[in-house]
Write a protein that binds this ligand. Structure first.
Ligand SMILES: [Ca+2]
Ligand SMILES: [Ca+2]
Length: 233
């Protein structure tokens, strides 16, 4: 603030008489008050600082909504999309995630036909992009991690193969199991499935299919399975 001192010497020369001294003292008092106010403004520190925010204040980054919580909040359209905790742990509350499993046995599937399992028990469904039964719809173009499995029983020993697939718009991912493990009706078969990295466009769907080629009808039962996924980015 050296320039203010120089300005003060220029503005307030030595008065010629008492009248001029009174006037200069009055001006000096006002000048000191204004200078103090300017200094106070430059030292102002907001208690809840906002780092970046748009005009209508519903999108941006905020630091410490409560005193010294050391949390960083990233919000879009008024909702927190990313939160970084004081420990540096990053959560994304709006990020698409779904977790579902087969809720009840589905029995006597016909052979040589594609079937779509129903995953009726939904444990998590952020954004509601899973329809609650069989289909996940990508809300945004990106790369997803998707896991699927089915556990089948009562495969006929004459079945020639079992195909379990994840079907998306861009491609189909198939696990091909021969029926060697299907010895006799009533035997429990293993879970069949895969965990995949999948490219999807916004609006594309992912569903699980299975098909038994060969064997008698009716026979194959599905007793369990999982369908899960999340957006990688
Ligand atoms: Ca806005
Ligand atoms: Ca702090």
């Amino acid at each position: 603030m050296a320039f203010l001192k120089i300005a003060e010497d220029i503005i307030f020369p030595e008065p010629k008489d008492d009248h001029e001294r009174d006037i200069l003292n009055s001006i000096r008092d006002s000048y000191v008050a204004i200078s103090s106010a300017i200094n106070a403004l430059t030292e102002f520190v907001p208690t809840t600082p906002t780092l970046i925010e748009d005009d209508d204040q519903n999108t941006g980054w905020e630091a410490e909504r409560t005193s010294d919580d050391n949390i960083l909040y990233g919000k879009t359209a008024g909702t927190d999309a990313m939160v970084i905790s004081a420990a540096g742990l990053i959560t994304k509350p709006l990020h698409p995630v779904f977790m579902a499993e087969v809720s009840a046995a589905q029995n006597d599937f016909s052979v040589n036909t594609l079937h779509t399992p129903v995953y009726g028990t939904v444990h998590k469904n952020v954004g509601s992009h899973f329809d609650g039964t069989s289909t996940f719809t990508a809300p945004v173009t990106g790369t997803y991690c998707i896991h699927f499995s089915v556990r089948l029983t009562n495969l006929d020993t004459t079945a020639t193969e079992l195909l379990v697939s994840l079907v998306t718009n861009n491609r189909t991912y198939t696990v091909n199991e021969l029926a060697l493990w299907a010895s006799a009706p009533g035997n429990n078969g293993p879970s069949i499935g895969a965990t995949l990295v999948v490219d999807m466009d916004a609006g594309h769907t992912a569903v699980v299919n299975f098909k038994q080629n060969g064997g008698a009808t009716p026979g194959t039962d599905m007793v369990a399975g999982n369908f899960q996924g999340f957006l990688i980015g």
